[in-house]
Each structure stands twice: as C-alpha cells, then as structure tokens.
Design a protein around this ligand. Structure first.
Ligand SMILES: Cc1cc2nc3c(=O)[nH]c(=O)nc-3n(C[C@H](O)[C@H](O)[C@H](O)COP(=O)(O)OP(=O)(O)OC[C@H]3O[C@@H](n4cnc5c(N)ncnc54)[C@H](O)[C@@H]3O)c2cc1C
Length: 483
C-alpha cells in the first residue's frame, strides 16, 4: 500500500521555514501598560499570523498535538492560516477546544504544545498560542452566530455545576452531541477563575462574554446565582428536576493562609479576595466604580507566592498605583510555576522579585494596620515531594520590609459545599472529589467531576481536558445506560 500524499499550502522547504524568525507579539509598552488595565498583548495582524504560520514544519508525528490536553489539531489549523482560510482554522480548533480565545491567551503553551514543538530544539518554537488567539479573534469579528449548526436532540438532560473552563468545555462538547445542557453557577458572572481571578490586562472580560455567547448560540443554557448544595442539591437535580447526568466542575477556590503571626491584620489579603475585589467588584474600573479595596497609591505592596495568581495580584496592585510592588517567593525563579510570559512581562513593568525570601511574621502600626513583613532568606536543599528543591531558612538572615498591603497567594483548596451535601460522593483526605482519571466518573452513578475540584489547582487547559473526557463518558453513559 502506498502512503497517502500529503498536500500542503506551505510553499517553503523545511530548512527555509527554520530560518524564519518567530513573529513578535505586539504589546503595550511596559511603562504605559503598568498604569492601565487594558490588554498587554495586542494580537497578531493577518500578515504576522501568516508569516508565523509559514514556520510550521508539519511534522509527520506532531508532538504538539500529542501534548495538548484537548488534542487541538495544530498542523491542520496552522495550514488553514497559511491558506488564508481563517474561519476554517477557527472551526478546526473548535472541533477540540470550545474556548480558543481564552486558551490562546492564558494557556501555558511552554508546558504543552510549544514546549514540545520540534523547532524548539534549535530555534524558537512555533507561536501556536498566538496563532490560536489570532483565529479565535478573527472568528469573533466575522462569524454569524445565528447560523451555527445544531445537533439532533437526544432528549437527555445534563446539569453542569460551575462555569469555569472544565464546566464550559463539558457543556460545549455535550451540546454538540444533542444533549440539553444547563450550567449552574454560584456567582453572578460566568467563567469561574477566568472572570473572577485572571485580570482584565491578561484576559478581557469581553472575551469571556463572547465565548459564552458563542456557547449560548450553540444551545447551552446558563443559570447564575445558583449555589448547588444550598439553592438546590445534586440529589434534587437528578431526582426532582430530571437531569440524567451531572458534571461537577466547582474548582478549588477556597483560600489558604501561611499560619504566621499577623495574618489577621488590616492590609493582609488572600489572593482570592484581593482579585475578586479587583475583577468582580470592579476595582479595576476606578474611578467609574467606587474603590472596593484599600487605596494603594504611593504605598508599598507585596505578594507572597510565585504562581500566576501571585503575578496577577501584584501586577494589578501596580496598576492601581502601588509605589513599590514586590514578589516574595521562597524558592528560586527556576521553580516559579507562573507562565514564562507573565514573569517576563512583570519584570518589564517594574515588579521587584525577591527570590528565596519568605515572610515569617506581619507587623502592625498602633491601629492594627500592616506596617511591615519580617522576612527570612532561604537556600535550596534536597528535592521535596513535589520534586522541587526544598527551601531551607538561613538562620539569622531576618530583615523587615516596610509594607502597606500583603497578598497571600500560596495556593488554594477545594470548594467544599457539594461534597458535604451529596451522599455517597467519595472524596480524598484533602476533600477533593474522587474521579476516575480516564472517565471522570465519581462514586455516584450518573455523577462525573473534573478540573481543579479533582486535581487541586492546576491550569485552564488541564481543566478543559477533564471536561472533554467527562463529556465523552457522559455521552457514552447516556447512550448506552452502562455505568
Ligand atoms: C488568579 C489566577 C490566575 C490563573 N492564571 C492561569 C493562567 O494564566 N493559565 C492557566 O492555564 N491557568 C491559570 N490559573 C488556573 C486556572 O484558572 C484554573 O486551573 C481553572 O480555572 C480551573 O477550572 P475549573 O473549571 O476546575 O474551576 P474554576 O475556574 O475554579 O470554576 C469553578 C466554578 O464553579 C463555581 N462553583 C463553585 N462551587 C459552586 C456551587 N456549589 N454551585 C455552583 N457553582 C459553584 C465557582 O463559582 C466557579 O465559577 C489561574 C488561577 C488563578 C486563581
């Protein structure tokens, strides 16, 4: 048998593609953007997108696809860009990813597709995230949502609890199979962390609304202000409201603290509260909205932690007028879990990084407000359970850092309500829901779970991967009745 002939719209030979430089993403200048909440990255033009798409080597075994948790067909969508068929490229991405404008902006591509791009062995990897964002934004400007194809209704109803990326992905995949899908969200805004955690300058709220409008046009129904476990229980959804299956994607939004003296002081926030005040309570739109947070102008702020949450919090504080904005992280930069692009952007904006540094106590003025953090320097010892080198305090290295505001961003834990109101739903000792890693089935028949509420805090694309696997298993369960 002869191998199928691969046709490509790309006229360049592989060696010439390798010579093309990665196209730079236009962005707001650092000193300007540090004073506003407008998006940092401005997006590719058509010209830049096609130039970048021409770099793809069209590998016979594309490791970028194998390493995408939702399996986006990178080579195919990139070739459609080369051919100038941007709506075709968007449709190709949407076969596997219902939130392309979001993943194109916040996915840690360096850990997935781009991190496994063959080009990266010699030159910079293909800008897969930037290209995904380009086609998603192009689609938004040009697609007529009234004409989306609809699947034949199956008569089966699925309840999705939580409107974060896991729930939205499960909803999008299931509605395309013809199931009637309703998403129940506790908050008044849809999107989960995408809307209450990630700030406007990285992921504009309008982009999330547009992606959700697209899902509405596909047929997904949304109900906000419904706290499942209080307003209605999982049992009631199944037994009284007639849902045939339920997906739980409630996330890990409960804050964690350090347990050090002075954490109760005025001016010390959890990152969840801090970012919710900025995003959902509109602090980022000051002075159009009353400021629901302390006035940072001319004052010094520090965040404790090294993940995306920490960087989002401190870059928001800078934009709200902080005089000095510090990141205090107990390990070194190599261990920081934040996206590489965010670290680069934060440094350009003037955020000061104090690596191998951790607070041991918060000190106050005579009115109970934070006045400084007593910090200690660390050195790295042997690797710990996470595989990263353990930070070890250096005796006698304490120093005081004057501060008006400190934000604790050292991680989160499971949202607990559903676990305590759903009999027979098994959890692990940290109260995350037990779900099969392949099928996302829980211990309750007809109930599936995925995303951060199963794995603990992770990433948008991993939550989406879980939503996809759950949708596949829910569809199998609804069509075969087998558990
Ligand atoms: C500030 C911040 C920045 C981040 N930046 C990035 C990034 O750049 N890239 C990246 O890949 N990842 C990032 N992450 C991680 C990523 O956002 C999460 O891993 C992802 O959102 C998890 O998705 P999820 O669907 O599991 O849950 P969530 O996004 O947490 O959504 C859960 C939803 O369920 C709702 N809910 C909870 N309980 C109930 C209930 N009882 N009834 C009804 N609804 C309920 C919640 O209100 C919420 O809307 C970031 C996280 C934070 C906090």
């Amino acid at each position: 048998m002869t191998a199928p002939v691969r046709t490509s719209p790309n006229p360049l030979k592989a060696k010439d593609r390798m010579k093309l430089p990665r196209q730079h993403m236009p962005e707001q200048p650092p000193l300007l953007r540090a004073t506003n909440f407008k998006e940092v990255n401005l997006g590719y033009s058509e010209e830049l997108a096609r130039q970048e798409a021409l770099r793809c080597l069209e590998c016979a075994k594309p490791t970028c696809i194998d390493n995408c948790p939702v399996g986006v067909k990178v080579t195919e969508f990139v070739n459609l860009i080369v051919a100038g068929d941007y709506l075709g490229a968007a449709a190709k991405i949407r076969e596997d990813n219902v939130l392309p404008a979001i993943t194109g902006r916040v996915c840690p591509q360096e850990d997935h597709c781009e991190g496994h791009c063959l080009m990266a062995k010699k030159v910079e990897p293909l800008g897969i995230g930037y290209l995904e964002r380009f086609v998603a934004d192009y689609e938004q400007r040009h697609l007529d949502l009234s004409n989306l194809p609809k699947a034949v209704p199956t008569g089966k109803r699925v309840a999705i609890v939580g409107s974060g990326p896991s729930g939205l992905t499960a909803a999008g995949d299931l509605v395309q199979k013809g199931h009637q899908v309703t998403v129940f969200e506790a908050l008044h805004e849809l999107g989960g962390v995408l809307v209450y955690g990630i700030p406007e300058f990285r992921l504009p709220k309008q982009i999330i609304r547009e992606q959700i409008d697209y899902m509405r046009a596909m047929g997904v129904q949304f109900e906000t202000d419904v706290v499942v476990g209080k307003t209605v229980t999982i049992n009631e959804l199944v037994e009284e409201e007639g849902y045939h299956a339920v997906f739980i994607g409630t996330g890990a939004g409960a804050p964690q603290f350090m347990g050090i003296p002075g954490e109760h002081l005025n001016g010390v926030y959890s990152a969840n509260e801090f970012l919710t005040r900025i995003n959902l309570m509109h602090a980022y739109e000051f002075p159009n909205y009353d400021q629901p947070i302390v006035d940072f102008r001319g004052r010094d702020v520090a965040v404790i932690g090294g993940g995306n949450t920490a960087l989002d919090a401190i870059r928001s504080a800078l934009r709200l007028g902080a005089r000095k904005a510090y990141v205090l992280y107990r390990r070194s930069e190599a261990e920081m879990p934040a996206r590489a692009e965010e670290v680069k952007h934060a440094k350009q904006e003037g955020i000061e990084f104090h690596m191998l540094t951790a607070p041991v106590e918060f000190l106050s003025d005579d009115k109970g407000w934070l006045s400084s953090a007593r910090c200690i320097r660390m050195e790295l010892g042997e690797p710990d359970a996470s595989g990263r080198r353990r930070p070890v305090p250096i005796e006698g290295s304490e120093f005081d850092l004057p501060l008006a505001v400190a934000v604790i961003a050292i991680g989160t834990s499971a949202n607990p309500l559903i676990q305590s109101t759903t009999p027979g739903l098994k959890t692990n000792k940290r109260n995350y829901i037990d779900a099969d890693a392949m099928t996302q089935r829980t211990s309750r028949k007809g109930v599936f779970a995925g995303g951060d509420i199963v794995t603990g805090s992770a990433t948008v694309i991993l939550a989406m991967g879980a939503g996809r696997r759950a949708a596949k298993s829910i569809h199998e369960y609804l069509t075969t009745g087998e558990w």
